[in-house]
Design a protein around this ligand. Structure first.
Ligand SMILES: Nc1ncnc2c1ncn2[C@@H]1O[C@H](COP(=O)(O)OP(=O)(O)OP(=O)(O)O)[C@@H](O)[C@H]1O
Ligand SMILES: [Mg+2]
Length: 428
């Protein structure tokens, strides 16, 4: 019985296992089928969805096109309506257009009148240029005419010195680009003997001659060379005046009283340690001291008293009694003393010196010095009782200069201009 039971139990176990395997296999088959179906359904679904989206887009486009068609239909209908109305109106009204004159083809091309436009433009620009020139002339207060100065100031013009080569004009000159052109050192531009143009030397001789004849009772002894502003040519005038006076066999001393910006020592290449300031600062003015301070220019033999060392208060030094004594002592030794000075409108130095000299020469620079500043300088010197002996117009462009006639004598092969075209001292 027990054996039978065991057999039955083993049979039962194997039957159960077989039944469960069969069941499992069936379930797996069904699962695979279901999965396949799901895949198919998914792909069908996505296809359907894409189609639906396309149909939606197409229906939207369709609606838009439909609307456009409707609008165009309405527009066409209204246009047709209007055209019909126009036809009706045109049929009712008679045509009143008449050909009065047949258009003819012109023989030449038509265009703007060029010659008339050019003429108008020329006249307009001429008037504008004249106006501008008059306006600039009105603005330009600088000195140009010697006669104007003599009339308005009542002071004679001693000379008009032409502009030396080396100024702006020659800086722009093409001559210096030519081979063989010698560039002149800066200090040469101060010495009339080295100026290339004979007209310059002639002008300085004229200045000297007019100065010698400027006062009764002999030529002035102590001469101050002054000007209102800077760079107007005080130093160059003082130097060449001293040279010119020396040529008349007189004993001449040149004093550099421009203690603000002394230049004569540099121009003449002289030491400047011992000069005017050292004499003015000395306790006693001994002859040996004066002798030691005065130097002789080796090239010209001119006696020069340079400015000397730096001074803290030049105005006080120049206004001191020592300066009066020094000039008195020097005037016993020399026939002429020429004094260079700083700008009169900036410093009181030259005004102070003007009170202890015989004559003052005022230098103005053509095209630079204004009439206004010259009037100021005149008032300044007159207020202290100084005697302005004359005016020197410096750096006059050569084409304006009276001495351009000297060119004829130095260059006789050149055509001399019409005699009437040249007026004496007409710098215009
Ligand atoms: N007639 C001239 N032609 C051309 N250049 C000139 C003439 N006179 C002066 N100059 C130039 O103008 C410059 C100024 O001249 P200068 O030093 O004599 O003037 P200044 O009045 O003494 O000036 P500052 O007030 O600085 O002492 C110099 O370089 C000089 O060479
Ligand atoms: Mg100077």
């Amino acid at each position: 019985m027990r054996k039978q039971i065991e057999n039955v139990e083993t049979q039962l176990v194997s039957l159960r296992r077989r039944a469960s395997d069969i069941q499992l296999a069936r379930l797996k088959e069904r699962l695979d089928e279901a999965t396949d179906r799901e895949q198919r359904l998914r792909s069908i679904f996505s296809q359907q969805r894409e189609e639906v989206i396309k149909q939606n887009e197409a229906s939207i486009n369709y609606k838009i096109i439909q609307q456009e068609v409707d609008t165009n239909k309405t527009l066409l209908a209204s246009l047709l309506q209007r055209s019909r109305e126009n036809d009706v109106i045109l049929n009712d009204t008679p045509n009143n257009v008449l050909v009065s004159e047949r258009a003819t083809t012109p023989g030449s091309p038509a265009g703007p009148e060029r010659s008339r436009t050019i003429l108008i433009a020329f006249l307009t620009s001429l008037v504008g240029a004249c106006g501008l020139a008059l306006f600039l002339g009105w603005l330009d207060d600088s000195i140009h005419f010697a006669e104007d100065l003599e009339d308005s100031l009542g002071i004679p013009v001693l000379a008009a010195i032409p502009a030396a080569p080396g100024g702006l004009t020659s800086r722009l000159s093409v001559r210096k680009l030519l081979p063989g052109h010698v560039r002149r050192p800066r200090n040469e531009r101060y010495d009339m003997a080295l100026f290339e143009r004979p007209e310059m030397a002639e002008s300085y001789i004229q200045m000297r001659t007019h100065l010698m004849l400027s006062q009764a009772g002999g030529p002035p002894k102590k001469i101050l060379v002054a000007s209102g502003g800077e760079r107007e040519g005080k130093t160059v005038t003082a130097l060449n005046l001293a040279r010119g006076l020396m040529d008349t066999n007189k004993k001449v001393l040149l004093i550099d009283a421009d203690l603000r910006c002394p230049r004569i020592d540099a121009i003449k290449d002289l030491p400047n340690k011992n000069g005017l300031t050292s004499l003015l600062a000395a306790d006693t003015l001994q002859d040996e001291l004066i002798d030691a301070a005065i130097q002789v220019d080796s090239s010209t033999g001119l006696h020069i008293l340079t400015a000397g060392g730096h001074s803290v208060n030049p105005t006080n030094l120049l206004g001191s009694d020592q300066m009066v004594w020094l000039l008195a002592r020097l005037s016993r030794r020399y026939d002429h003393i020429v004094i260079d000075s700083p700008p009169a409108l900036y410093f009181a130095d030259s005004t102070i010196i003007s009170t202890i000299v015989d004559s003052v020469i005022v230098v103005v620079r053509d095209g630079l010095t204004s009439t206004e500043s010259l009037f100021k300088v005149q008032r300044l010197f007159q207020s202290v009782g100084a005697r302005i002996v004359g005016i020197v117009i410096n750096a006059v462009p050569l084409h304006k200069h009276i001495y351009s006639r000297y060119r004829y004598y130095y260059h006789p092969d050149e055509q001399f201009p019409d005699e009437n075209a040249l007026q004496p001292l007409n710098l215009g």
